[in-house]
Structures are given as C-alpha cells and as structure tokens.
Design a protein around this ligand. Structure first.
Ligand code: GDP
Ligand code: MG
Length: 599
C-alpha cells in the first residue's frame, strides 16, 4: 500500500460533544458496515460505556474511503477515551496518529477538556482540524463557536465543517478534510522494523494481541520480534488490521500502517504500551520515546460482600487487569471486612467503572471502602513510604511530616458563576492562581487543589453550583507538605478500619460530624444502644447514638401463619448477607460508601 494514501487519525472532544457518534457515522459512510449491522455505537463496545456515554478502552478501525479525487484512501481511526481520568490512554492513542479531528459542540463551545485534548494532540505533533457538531439543534451557534475555537485554541476554524453527527449532515466534508488536512505517514519501509505498541488486549486462545503503529520497516508473520523495553522476544504468529469489531489477518504491515499482531504471548506485562517492537535479526538503532509510567492515583479496598466469593473476585480482577494495565491490585485484609484487595486507579471514574464491571460482568456483590489518594509519609527515623491505605498510618509520634498530591486545575465557566465556583474551590482548599477571560462571557479559572479534595464529589459539586455551565480538567502537579490527620470511626467503641480516612486537620471536625450523622441514619437499631464516634489521635471529636430498639420484632408472627413467618425469616437472612458484622454490631454494606457522599 502506498503510504501517501494512508491517514492515521483520532477524534478528540470534550465529553458528550459527539465523538463516538461521529466515529460511527464515518464507519457507516465508508461502508465497512451496513446500517443494519451497526449496533447503536460500534466503537463504544462495552455496556457501561454505552450507558455512561464515555469511551474507555481505545479502539481502532480501518476504513476505505473513495475520495472526490477518485483515489482510494485507507483511514485508520483510533478512538480515544474522553475523560480526564483516562488521560494516559488518550495520550498513548495519540502517539499512533498523525492528525486529529477536533469535535466541538455548536451549543456548548470550547470546554476544559476540549483544550486539554488539543494540547495533548499538539504535544504529539499532530495536525488538528476542527469540526462543529450538533448544528441541527436550535441553540447551535456555529459562527460563535468557530470564533471561539480560533480565539481560545488558536487554530484556523472558519472553514471547519458544520455537521450533525446524529443526523448524518456534513459527514462527507469531514471525510474529505481527513484526506486533505491530515498528513500521510512518512516512515521508511526499507529501514529496520520500528513500531509502537499503543494498546493490547488479552485473548484466551491467541494470547496477547498487540496493537501497533508501524513507524519504519515491515512486520510479517514468522518474523522474530523483540520488545525493546522488556527485552522479551517472540515469533509473530499473525498480523492484521482492525475491521469493525473484528481482527482481519493480512500478509504484512508496513511503515505508516496501524494494525495488530499475535505471538503466543501469555503475559501482558511483556507488551508494555509505549514500548518499541523491532526485529530480533536487524534491530533498529534506538527505541521510540516511551510513555511515562502510569501511576494509580486513587486507592480503595474492594471486598466481596459474601466472603466465600473471594476467589471469584481475585479471578475477576486478574481478568480485568489483562485488558487494563492501569488497574492495580494486591490482597489485603481488614478487621471489619475480612479478605479483599487494595486496588489502585487512575481516578474516581476509573474506580467506578471497574467496580461496575465487577458487579455486572462478574456478578459480584462488593463492599468498597472510602477511596484514598496516595500520601507520602516521612517518619522521624528518616525513612519514608507511600501510604495507600489510611488504616496503615503509623502512630503520629513516629511521623515527621506528610505530603499530599496537588493538581493544577482549570475550570472553564460562564462569568455568571465565577462567584460560586470560586467559593467551592476555596472550600476545597484551593489556591487561586488566575482568571483569564476568553471572551466576554467566559473565563478560565486556574487553581491548585489538593487531589483528595476533588476525588469524591468535586465534579458533581461543580456542575450543581454552575447549573452545568462549568467544566473541569486537571493534571497532577506534585506533592506538598500538609497538615493531615487520620480520622477514625468507632462503632460501639471499636475502630472500623475500613472507615478510616485521611483529612486536612481543619476539615477533620466537620467531616467527622457528618460521617457520624450519616452512619446514624444507615445503621439499624439493635437490642442495645450503639455509640458512633469520630476520633483523631484517640481524641473523640464527634458523637452520635443509635438508640436501642424494643425486643418484639418477631412478636407479630407468633401464632400466625407459619409460611409467613418463614418468609420473614428468609427475608432477614437475605438482608443479613448485605450486612457486615463489626463486633456485635451489624452495619449495612452501603454504609461504607454512603459516608463518601456527605454534601
Ligand atoms: P462523546 O462523549 O463525545 O463520545 O459523545 P457521544 O457521541 O456519545 O454523544 C453525546 C450525546 O450527544 C449523545 O446523546 C448523542 O446522541 C448526542 N449527539 C451527538 N451528535 C449529535 C448531533 O449532531 N446532534 C444532536 N442533536 N445530538 C448529537
Ligand atoms: Mg464517546
């Protein structure tokens, strides 16, 4: 295949601006699939993605487009996730492309993640061109949005295609723009093989399927290849490209092409995303610049509700990790919850997605403990470590100081809501940096914020205080010393490890009080009184009490219909499974999660 006829591109957008819908239209229009074959959205192939409208796992599709110049072009479209949590996946998919289509919603204009994604694309030297979507909506303001793209982002937008991805308007214009505005790849097919791993999936029959972009040379069946970073070597069993929802084998992949190969690789860790694959016999001189290592930023404990299902949980996590190298897990035990796993995630959304997949795809009932960011603990004896589980915090007397992660946050907001949003950032210990007016009615607020203040409900709070008119994006800045304390919750005088929490000392009282109030609502009455206390360093700072109940719950059944009584007992048994025994107190499972949502 002639390289000048190849276009490798991705679509980037702020969430909900129509990236997946446009991707589907392009696939449909180039005729890879007939309309009937299109399930609702081909590229978002996981249930949860479809429901939440987000794209998690990068997917690639090859299309053949007959352009107006009469030539046939091969398009490789690589779908990128649209959420800040998945920033790393966005970036690795970008490295396989030569250009990007920027989708901007004509009713919303440029938003925080529009900017963030464009900057990422420009960082990877991609040529970016905009398309204005949703022009079918009455509130669309295509001209204003074009001006905005030019003013805020600084890329030419006057001739941007005006489209409706939903109604199939302007799709041909987008396809032509891909031909003319995205550069053809420029690798050397006769040089030694140099290819970039941008993703991989595990297949139980074929082993790891490695997704590659060939930069130079040729990749063929039977070839011996070497993974430059890990040093692993194997023989290529199959090469091919991405049909919609399927892998299509072919003879070879040459410079400029995007495709996959298999090589009976059993361990996904051998095929690190960002690694360079070369030929064992004639290796290339140097590897491509790699990616930064992914660091999980948010940790929580995940426990099976029914402890007998621990092995199933372990198997499920193992399987999920094969497809998601950014998921971390290791066994842990909790006094309150028994055997489970400490899991690490890129962010809170990532956590929720994994939790939902475990529950839905593996049919597991889970108890999840409060998520925590990673703190750096410096001890008085001169040692230090990363704390991922608050209950492992050493005694305060052994701690010299602690550090917490800080992010650089950018909030794009209409000027009406600047006040409430600034107040929110203040409450979350934000450090104000600047306000840039991007036009009369919109501004970008810049704040430094502690990560632990934004991982729970910051997005929700932002949306509700701006009526949906604010968007947010952040990147990790680094660690800073902070006055942090561990908040313990005692139920009936026993510390419940799964509820321990690291919090800034100024917020400890407020948080403790709210957690006690919430737990009081969640914990049912027992035959005895149950004190619920919040404590910092052994000192109680808040208290609530669950009053004792009277004894006659089953009384109404006595003498009654036996089957009714049995039913009631069965119901109780069922209910019990969803309870956790802490000392002599039964705590409902959802109490562990409800304490996160305190506002
Ligand atoms: P993504 O998050 O960028 O992938 O966005 P989606 O493609 O999932 O689209 C988000 C929502 O916008 C969905 O409800 C789509 O049906 C809707 N949408 C996408 N394109 C258009 C369009 O051109 N017009 C209208 N009215 N709605 C659209
Ligand atoms: Mg999508």
């Amino acid at each position: 295949i002639d390289q000048s006829k190849i276009r490798n591109f991705c679509i980037v957008a702020h969430i909900d601006h129509g990236k997946s819908t446009l991707a589907d239209r392009l696939i449909e229009r180039t005729g890879v699939l007939t309309q009937r074959e299109m399930s609702a959205q081909v590229l978002d192939n996981m249930d949860i993605e479809r429901e939440r409208g987000i794209t998690i796992k990068s997917q690639a599709v090859r299309m053949v487009y007959k352009a107006q110049d009469g030539e046939e072009y091969i398009f490789n479209m690589i779908d990128t996730p649209g959420h800040v949590d998945f920033g790393y996946e966005v970036s690795r998919s970008l490295a396989a492309c030569d250009g990007a289509v920027l989708v901007v919603d004509a009713t919303q204009g440029v938003e925080a993640q529009t900017l963030a994604n464009v900057y990422l694309a420009l960082d990877h030297n991609l040529d970016v061109f905009p398309v204005i979507n949703k022009i079918d909506l009455p509130s669309a303001q295509p001209q204003e949005v074009k001006d905005e793209v030019e003013d805020i982002i600084g890329i030419e937008a006057q001739d941007a295609p005006l489209i409706s991805a939903k109604n199939g308007i302007g799709i041909d214009e987008v396809l032509e723009a891909v031909v003319h505005k995205i550069p053809a790849p420029t690798g050397d097919p006769s040089a030694p093989l140099k290819s970039l791993i941008f993703d991989s999936v595990y297949d139980p029959y074929r082993g790891v399927i490695v997704f590659v972009r060939i930069k130079d040379g040729v990749l063929k069946k039977g070839m011996k290849v070497k993974f430059m970073q890990t040093g692993a070597e194997s023989e290529v069993v199959e090469v091919g490209y991405f049909g919609p929802g399927q892998f299509i084998p072919c003879e070879e992949l040459s410079a400029g092409m995007v495709g996959y190969f298999t090589a009976s690789i059993k361990n996904i860790q051998d095929t690190r995303v960002g690694d360079t694959v070369t030929s064992s016999d004639t290796p290339c001189a140097e590897a491509l610049p790699g990616y930064k290592q992914v660091m999980p930023m948010v940790y929580c404990g995940i426990y099976p509700a029914d402890s007998a299902r621990y092995p199933e949980l372990r198997d499920a996590l193992e399987k999920l990790q094969l497809n998601d190298a950014s998921l971390f897990y290791e066994p842990e035990t909790s006094q309150a919850l028994g055997f489970g796993f400490r899991c690490g995630f890129l962010g809170l959304l990532h956590l929720e997605v994994i939790q939902e997949r475990l529950e839905r795809e593996y049919d597991l009932d889970l108890v999840t403990t409060a998520p925590s960011v990673v703190y750096k603990i410096y001890k008085t004896d001169g040692t230090s470590f990363d704390l991922t589980n608050p209950s492992n915090l050493p005694d305060p007397s052994e701690i010299d100081h602690m550090e917490e992660p800080i992010v650089n946050g950018e909030i794009m907001v209409t000027t009406d809501y600047i006040g409430p949003i600034m107040q929110l950032c203040q409450e979350r210990r934000g450090r104000y940096l600047s306000t840039d007016y991007v036009e009369q009615t919109r501004a970008i607020l810049k704040y430094e914020l502690p990560l632990n203040e934004i991982i729970y409900d910051f997005f929700d709070a932002l949306k509700s205080r701006s009526r949906g008119y604010a968007s947010f994006d952040y990147e990790i800045k680094g660690y800073e010393t902070s006055s942090l304390v561990k908040l313990d919750i005692l139920i009936n005088k026993e510390t419940v490890d799964a509820l321990s929490f690291i919090v800034h000392k100024d917020g400890a009282y407020e948080r403790g009080r709210k957690m006690c109030e919430k737990l009081k609502e969640e914990i049912p009455r027992h035959l005895f009184e149950i004190p619920i206390q919040a404590a910092v360093g052994g000192k109680v700072i808040a208290r609530e009490t669950v009053k004792a109940m009277r004894k006659d719950v089953l009384a109404k059944c006595y003498g009654g219909d036996i089957s009714r009584k049995r039913k009631l007992l069965e119901k109780q048994k069922e209910g019990k499974k969803k309870m956790r025994q802490i000392g002599s107190v039964e705590i409902p499972q959802n109490a562990f999660l409800s304490v996160l949502k305190l506002d």
